[in-house]
Each structure stands twice: as C-alpha cells, then as structure tokens.
Design a protein around this ligand. Structure first.
Ligand SMILES: [Zn+2]
Ligand SMILES: [Zn+2]
Length: 336
C-alpha cells in the first residue's frame, strides 16, 4: 500500500501531528492530487483549536489552499486530465440545487462541505477533491504563489468587487494580513486613495510599499481632522476595527465585514448607523467564478502574494508562529 505524509488532528488537546496514511482512492466525482503547495490560513488555527461553534469533523487533515497535479481521475470526472495543475479551495462540495448554488453563489450554500474542515484538506502529500469545485491552472504558474489565492486572494478579490463602484473613490483597509495586503493590490485599479491601518510596523511598511497610505490605529485616531472614506473593509478580527471603520465612513458609505471576529456579537452605534445611512455587508470567500478571475489577475503579473514557505514537516512550528503573529510575510505556504 502506498502511503503519504499528512498533518492530522485527532483530538483538540493533541494538536496537529504528522502521520503516514494510505494515499486516498478518488471517488467517482473526485481527482487525486499530488500536493505541491498548501497555504496556511487563520481558519486552520480555528479548526485545530475547535474555536468556532461549528466544530470540524475529526480526524481532520486541515488545509484549504492546495495546489497540485492530478495523479488519478474518478470514473465520472470530465474536463480534467492526468498531470494537470489544479487549485483546491475552501468550498469543497455543495448541494448543487439551492438558489445560491444555481446562481453561481455556491459559497453561501447552507449545505456546503468545506475542505480541511469537514472533508480532508491539503496539508498532506496527497488530497482528493471533487472536480466540480477545483480550478484548472496554467502550466507555468508558480504553485507557491497561487496557493494563497484559493482563500486569501479569493476573499480579498470578492470584497473589492463588492465595494468598487463609480461612487467609491476612497477605501479604508483595516488589517494588512494575508487578505488585506492583497486587497490593497486589487483595489488600486478602482480606488484613487487607499488607506491601510494595522498595529504591526512590518505590515504598515509592506502596505506602504504596495501603494497604500498607512497608519497605526493610534496614529489614525489622533488625526485631526480625520479623512472620511467611501468604503471600508475589515480584515482584522477585532471589534474596534469595525467601530473605527464605521466612524471613518462618509454618510451613505459602505462597510464590508470580512474577518470572522473572536466575539460572537458585535455592538454598533444604532442611531449613527441609521441617520448616516451606512450600509453594512458581510463577505465570505467567493464563488469559483471569482477564483478564476483572481488567478488570471496574478497570472498577468498584476499582483503578488508576500509569502514565506516552510516544509510540511514544520507545520506545528508554522501554526505556532501564525498564532503568535511572528511572521515577516503575511502569508505562509507549506511545501511537502
Ligand atoms: Zn482560509
Ligand atoms: Zn446549495
């Protein structure tokens, strides 16, 4: 029997452990993918800590930003071939019948199976994936660069798509992490002024190099007068980032909530929200159609992910560093 190295979570108290497991057989609608790169997302930390109400299914192989090449095809797979490079995202399978699935918004389907959360993920040497939810990739694309697009890139691109309009010229970005540093790059085409706020001096320096006007939260709050923005996107899991963003909006401005906050409830100034006509929207990853767009965008060289790589064997260290916020680069990618 052929085996693979995989990062497995069997018990929340044990954390992630490397194991040798049998290489999975693809089911009729699945392909078997030999993983070349697998991006780490904050959701992986929530999965291994069991920190959300909806717990992952154990044992679990986390990881939902996988790039690899197809090594085997299930009997019902069409449109893919052996050796083809593909991207495996968070939305691993959905009901295919609800109004969201039928309208190309499958990321809002209530009956979705998420990669690396309820179905085995990509922090392993091999993974299986439903061919209807993976994206074929150009042959020449760098697996390490493209992996984070499956979640971070998709999330950032979808948010910018929702906020861009002729009325919106200025954008506030709260949090310059894996998602925020990409949103700055995508937003440049549509916004004339991008303001980025982050408590980390490293992230501020990176945002500045990417073309944003930057502030620490303290610097921002001490500005007098403070500029008003047309739209704001909150990529920081911090309630004060939400309230500060709301205060920064012009009347009629739009607030996009993207980071999944640690607090279950959010407190907002009711009176101000109503009288100033503020619009609030949530944005969660994106559909596969947007994933295709963001991959093309990077393939054309219009944006770049700031990345550090680590071998899969160092996954525990990678998670510890991510939890501590120690990394120089906003995104980490594991390479088997
Ligand atoms: Zn993610
Ligand atoms: Zn559905």
């Amino acid at each position: 029997m052929r085996t693979m190295r995989a990062a497995v979570l069997r018990d929340f108290s044990l954390g992630i452990q490397l194991e040798d497991l049998p290489i999975p057989e693809p089911k009729p609608n699945q392909v078997l993918v030999r993983i070349l790169a697998s991006g780490i997302c904050h959701t992986d930390l929530h999965a291994i800590n069991g920190s959300w109400d909806k717990k992952p299914i154990l044992p679990l192989i986390p990881g939902h930003e996988g790039v690899g090449v197809i090594e085997a095809l299930g009997s019902k797979v069409t449109g893919f071939s052996l050796d083809q490079k593909v991207l495996i995202p968070w939305v691993g399978r959905t009901c295919r019948t609800c109004s969201f699935c039928s309208s190309g918004n499958e990321n809002y389907c209530d009956r979705q199976f998420n990669t690396g959360y309820v179905i085995p993920g990509t922090h392993a040497e091999y993974a299986t994936a439903d061919f209807r939810y993976i994206l074929p990739l150009p042959k020449d694309i760098d697996p390490v660069q493209v992996a984070p697009l499956a979640c971070a890139g998709l999330t950032a691109f979808e948010t910018v798509k929702k906020l861009r309009s002729n009325d919106n010229k200025t954008l506030l970005i709260m949090g310059v992490g894996g998602v925020g540093h990409l949103a700055i790059q995508y937003a440049k085409e549509f916004f004339t002024r991008i303001i980025a706020i982050d408590p980390s001096a490293i992230r501020i320096a990176q945002a500045k190099l990417l073309g944003a006007e930057t502030y620490s939260p303290e610097e921002w709050l001490s500005l007098n007068p403070r500029p008003l923005v047309d739209a704001a996107a909150v990529f920081a899991a911090d309630p004060s980032a939400v309230t500060d963003s709301m205060k920064a909006l012009r009347n009629g401005g739009t607030l996009a909530l993207v980071a999944l906050g640690k607090n279950k409830e959010l407190s907002l100034p009711w009176f101000e929200l109503v009288t100033r006509g503020i619009r609030i929207l949530g944005s969660h990853v994106g559909p596969i159609s947007t994933l295709k767009e963001v991959v093309q965008y990077h393939h054309l060289g219009k944006a770049k992910v700031l990345i550090e790589t680590k071998p899969l064997a160092d996954i525990r260290i990678a998670f510890e560093e991510l939890a501590a916020g120690k990394n120089n680069s906003p995104r980490l990618v594991l390479v088997p």
